[in-house]
Design a protein around this ligand. Structure first.
Ligand code: AMP
Ligand code: MG
Length: 501
């Protein structure tokens, strides 16, 4: 099969300022852990692609297929709000860009060995974090949330030291582009190479924002578009209770994709201050802060693009026009605010099953979230059960009501909600069906991933594969899998997820 693939490798064509070409370091005696048929389908590959000769070798870092051109890209970034200087693909390797029915897709190994950008790291990824990234990438896609995809995981007995001794794995990721905000920061702040910055921006626009190609204001238009996509992405995260955990500028996708799954988490009990990353004691990346942090990151991107914005204004930087250049860049980020507010309100309305937009909707949604936070109700279960809410005047709402501690407060809210539903007049059954298409029954809760990881470490990958199949249909009832939709067990509260992966 791989002999027929057509490789475009447009990033590689940009030239050596942007990357280092190097071979991957093979995993010794590799084995398959899991493959995603849905991701393969997106590439237009047959379901049995992985059984072909040389597939295991290629996706465990052994031998690339003809046409692949492995390289590690260089980027920089702000980590936890602080300029970190040069970073780069320290353990990732872009194998190439392949022509696919869904449009060209880049294929990247993660955990395939040392690169010139590995800094203190070992270039490896452990099985634990690889399983988490693999499952969550595919789960997010199934939830309708833009994300990098995961094609497969290969594993090995190769020992890798983290807090304890673990074993190595390689995840294969797929995306139209792995460009990060940090790629642009690099050529402005680290390399100070405006020509390289210009060429990168133009290449990105041509490949991924073709409608902007040739426009004289294409850089500010790009900023606006990235701001809008990022706003919609974060609103979608908020609406499923997803915390990214490490929203550094090097982990922000230019295409508005969820990228770099590390210490992420889906919230169980709703808590706006929830911090999913054990390595973030200050809570910079807490759930409720994600929208602001994304905006902060967009400012970092805008700052990196200032030399190009100056060009658009027909001026340079470092002179009396700096103020105007900055204003222009800031103005390009402005759409973020309305886009996020609209996406968030639209998302919440859909979660509550409100088909029409009416005054007071935001307050109705926020009041429910406040009640949920006060009583620590489970985020996913609360919204899923809300579909069973009856708009009849005297109806009991036990399925949802039972989740709350302060029942009188819930009843007061429920009365307003029922009235709002009656005002709209949509039949309950129609509303319930619509709600069940936006409020997932199944998300990748930490304890589900943890159970799969424990088994995988013992060489049993069946739970990884079962969860993949489960999470590919997050909105379906799947009555046989009821336990996966339930409250987390007590031991889940002791799970700690950190940056160490
Ligand atoms: P992260 O915040 O996990 O996205 O990683 C930040 C930077 O550290 C990136 O440049 C990664 O490539 C690099 N990095 C993280 N873990 C490793 C590792 N085990 N080996 C080499 N580089 C790493
Ligand atoms: Mg990263």
């Amino acid at each position: 099969m791989h002999a027929e693939l057509r490789w475009l490798n447009r990033f590689a064509a940009l030239g050596p300022r942007y990357f280092t070409e190097l071979p991957s370091e093979p995993l010794p005696s590799p084995h398959w852990v899991a493959v995603s048929p849905a991701c393969a389908a997106q590439l237009g590959w047959p379901a049995d692609w992985w059984q072909g000769s040389q597939a295991l070798a290629a996706f465990s870092g052994g031998a690339p297929w003809p046409g692949m051109r492995p390289l590690a890209s260089v980027y920089s970034g702000h980590q936890f709000g602080v300029w970190a200087g040069q970073l780069g693909d320290g353990r990732a390797l872009l194998l190439g860009e392949v022509d696919a029915p869904a449009g060209p897709q880049e294929i990247q190994l993660k955990g395939s060995g040392l690169t010139p950008y590995s800094r203190m790291g070992d270039g490896r990824a452990v099985l634990r974090s690889s399983v988490r990234e693999f499952l969550c990438s595919e789960a997010m896609h199934a939830l309708g949330i833009p994300t990098t995809r995961a094609l497969c995981i290969t594993g090995s007995a190769l020992p890798v030291r983290r807090e304890e001794l673990e074993t190595a794995a390689v995840v294969t990721r797929v995306a139209p582009s792995f460009l990060r905000f940090g790629h642009f920061e690099h050529f402005t702040h680290t390399a100070a190479d405006p020509a390289a910055l210009r060429a990168l921006a133009d290449a990105a626009i041509e490949a991924h924002f073709p409608a902007l190609t040739g426009r004289t204001d294409r850089v500010t238009a790009l900023l606006e578009e990235v701001a809008r996509r990022t706003a919609r992405l974060v609103a979608q995260w908020q609406c499923v209770g997803f915390c990214h955990g490490v929203m550094n500028t090097d982990n922000m996708s230019l295409l508005g994709l969820t990228i770099d799954y590390g210490p992420f988490g889906f919230m169980d009990a709703f808590d706006p201050g929830h911090i999913c990353n054990h390595s973030d004691p200050q809570g910079r990346y807490a759930y409720a802060r994600q929208p602001q942090v994304a905006f902060w990151n967009l400012h970092a991107l805008a700052h990196a693009l200032l030399p190009l914005v100056a060009e658009e204004l027909g001026t340079g930087l470092g002179g009396r026009d700096d103020e105007a250049v900055q204003q222009r860049a800031l103005a390009a980020l402005e759409p973020y605010k309305a886009e996020f507010a609209d996406a968030m309100l639209g998302g919440l309305r859909a979660k509550l099953g409100l088909a029409e937009a009416r005054d007071g909707d935001r307050e109705l949604c926020d009041d429910l979230l406040r009640r949920m936070a006060a009583d620590h109700t489970d985020f996913t279960i609360t919204f899923r059960r809300l579909a069973q809410f009856s708009s009849e005047p005297q109806a009991a709402h036990d399925a949802v009501r039972d989740l709350f501690i302060d029942r009188p407060a819930f009843d007061a809210w429920a009365a307003r909600y029922a009235e709002r539903l009656r005002a709209e007049g949509r039949p309950d059954g129609v509303r319930a069906a619509a709600m069940n298409r936006v409020n997932p029954k199944f998300v990748l809760r930490n304890h589900l991933a943890e159970t799969a990881i424990r088994r995988a470490r013992e060489g049993d990958f069946s739970e990884v594969r079962r969860l993949l199949a489960l999470l590919e249909r997050p909105f379906d009832e799947q009555p046989g899998n009821q336990a996966d939709a339930g409250l987390p067990p007590d031991w889940a509260s002791r799970l700690e997820v950190s940056c160490s992966s």
